[in-house]
Ligand binder design. Structure first.
Ligand code: FUB
Length: 294
């Protein structure tokens, strides 16, 4: 793990990889150089692609707050998925006059342009509705997990832009058994930035986490389950906390290797509000344990 930023021309954060054919697309947020109110200043989402993990193509701005009429701020951590030839980009945003909500951009191309649905997909009117992670299981059922400080999920309908209202928004029990004893608001390590996927028959929930005690930065940890909706069992730390307050996982397999995308503040001028996406290889132990590759 050399912590070298992939993108050096702008500050990027919250990496979300998506593999389509022989290409890996990396969706990111974008930290503006100039801060407003000394806080996260983020207006658009970016996409980069590679075929060899060495050379990257910059596809620029692929979706932005300007495209979402009902949102006014906080273009936060997205994830994109393909279904039936269409691409769905799930994005947390601040809804005008309300809290955080999850928007969906739809496109015929992985690099956009994405068109907003016209209304939020998830909108509980609180601040928990951030950091969506989407996965389609082998039986075709799609799940969208999200949340800070609580992990919640919806079962997406086949159209990927609505969810099963009879099941509704399910709150995952935030227990120490599932997420470890930690310093975030639920008393567990679970913070935000969930990344949901399945590998070798096991379901994984990787997330940004807080250790016990005040003033901690986020580390990356994970839980596993035998099913898509839990119960979850805490698996341990993948990446220790660094100098940057946040971190954010994005995991995929590509051309025979497994990768963990994350972010730090290593680009010149870097800070908690000026982050950069990086990547490192991971491997799986015989028991399914996620290990950083040495
Ligand atoms: O980048 C804005 C927010 O910071 C994300 O939504 C969180 O995951 C954290 O990285």
């Amino acid at each position: 793990m050399d912590n070298t930023p992939i993108v050096k021309s702008i500050y990027t954060a919250d990496p979300a990889p998506m593999v389509s054919g022989d290409t890996l697309y990396l969706y990111t947020t974008h930290d503006e150089d100039e801060l407003i109110n000394d806080f996260y200043t983020m207006f658009d989402w970016r996409c980069f692609s590679t075929q060899d993990m060495e050379h990257w193509t910059d596809h620029g701005k692929i979706f932005s707050l300007d495209d979402i009429e009902w949102a006014d701020d906080r273009a936060w951590a997205p994830q994109c998925i393909e279904r039936n030839g269409k691409y769905y980009l799930y994005c947390p945003v601040h809804k005008t006059g309300s809290g955080m909500a999850i928007a969906v951009g739809v496109s015929d191309s992985p690099v956009g342009p994405f068109k907003d649905l016209g209304h939020p997909l998830v909108d509980e009117g609180d601040w928990n509705d951030i950091d969506p992670t989407v996965f389609i299981d082998d039986d075709g059922q799609a799940y969208l997990y999200f949340g800070n400080p609580e992990l919640r999920y919806v079962k997406l309908n086949e159209d990927m832009v609505s969810f099963d209202e009879t099941v509704g928004i399910v709150k995952v029990p935030m227990t120490v058994e599932s997420f470890g004893k930690g310093g975030h608001m639920t008393g567990t390590t679970y913070g935000e930035g969930p990344w949901f996927y399945k590998k070798n028959g096991l379901y994984y929930m990787v997330f940004a986490a807080f250790g016990e005690g005040k003033g901690r930065n986020e580390h990356l940890a994970y839980a596993t389950s035998q099913g898509p909706t839990g119960p979850w069992t805490y698996g341990g730390v993948i990446m220790e906390e660094g100098k940057c307050f946040t971190n954010h996982p994005g995991i995929c397999d590509f051309k025979g290797r497994s990768y963990l995308f994350y972010h730090n503040d290593r680009l010149p001028g870097g800070s908690l509000f000026h982050r950069s996406v990086c990547v490192t290889e991971i491997e799986y132990g015989a028991d399914g344990k996620i290990l950083l590759k040495k």
